[in-house]
Design a protein around this ligand. Structure first.
Ligand code: E4P
Length: 217
């Protein structure tokens, strides 16, 4: 499973990237706003740092303007994936930008039918938002399963990018279902290393080691 980091905070990406954990990065207008950085500058900095795809999102709502913004964002670096919303205009932009040789991430996907359309429009990635479905008392993970089945039924190559991941359980379930990629905030990726029995076991080992009076170095 590929891990994308869902943030525009360069320091946090660098920390995970140094551990070899980062296969790509996703940003969105809210994350750019939180970073306080200029979109072109921070996206360039991130794209230069990581080897994999870096999603940069358009903010226009009409297809022609989305395409123009997408072309500008794609020029930032070779590893930019242009992110477009899952609207009819976004699907048109996806098709044009894909045919021009760009990676396209179709975002804000909340139904299997939307994901089917994105695949037909040639999307490189489809981003179903798990957490936001859970927020309205739907089962976000069911959407990942449904898209996995539909894409496998017909051999679509669009990669399922499980997004809006808020918990380690979301990460675990996405991996079990077979999402190609997950994008998660750095905090969630780090929490995946935690287990209460690991902490307890380490505490006991260190207490026993202390009793031996030995040192390794
Ligand atoms: C994905 O590309 C989005 O940036 C992100 O996963 C949205 O997550 P949120 O619903 O927690 O804001």
């Amino acid at each position: 499973m590929k891990f994308f980091v869902d943030t525009a905070e360069v320091d946090q990406i660098a920390e995970l990237n140094d551990l070899g954990m980062v296969d790509g990065v996703t940003t969105n207008p809210s994350l750019i706003m939180k970073s306080g950085r200029d979109i072109l500058e921070v996206t360039k900095e991130i794209a230069d740092m990581v080897d994999g795809p870096v999603s940069a999102e358009v903010v226009a709502t009409q297809a022609d303007a989305m395409i123009a913004e997408g072309r500008k964002l794609a020029k930032i670096a070779d590893n930019i994936a242009v992110k477009v919303p899952l609207t009819w205009a976004g699907l048109k932009a996806c098709n044009v930008l894909t045919n021009e040789g760009n990676m396209v991430n179709v975002t804000l996907c909340f139904s299997a039918n939307q994901a089917l359309l994105a695949a037909k429009a040639g999307a490189t990635f489809i981003s179903p938002f798990i957490g936001r479905l859970d927020d309205i008392n739907l089962e976000g993970m069911d959407l990942i399963s449904d898209i996995r089945q539909i894409y496998d039924n017909y051999g679509y190559e669009t990669q399922i990018l499980a997004a809006s991941i808020r918990t380690v359980n979301h990460a675990y379930q996405s991996a079990m279902i077979g999402a190609d990629v997950m994008t998660a905030p750095p905090k969630v990726i780090k929490q995946m290393a935690e287990h209460v029995l690991t902490d307890k076991g380490l505490e006991a080992f260190l207490a026993d080691w202390e009793k031996t009076g030995q040192q390794i170095l």
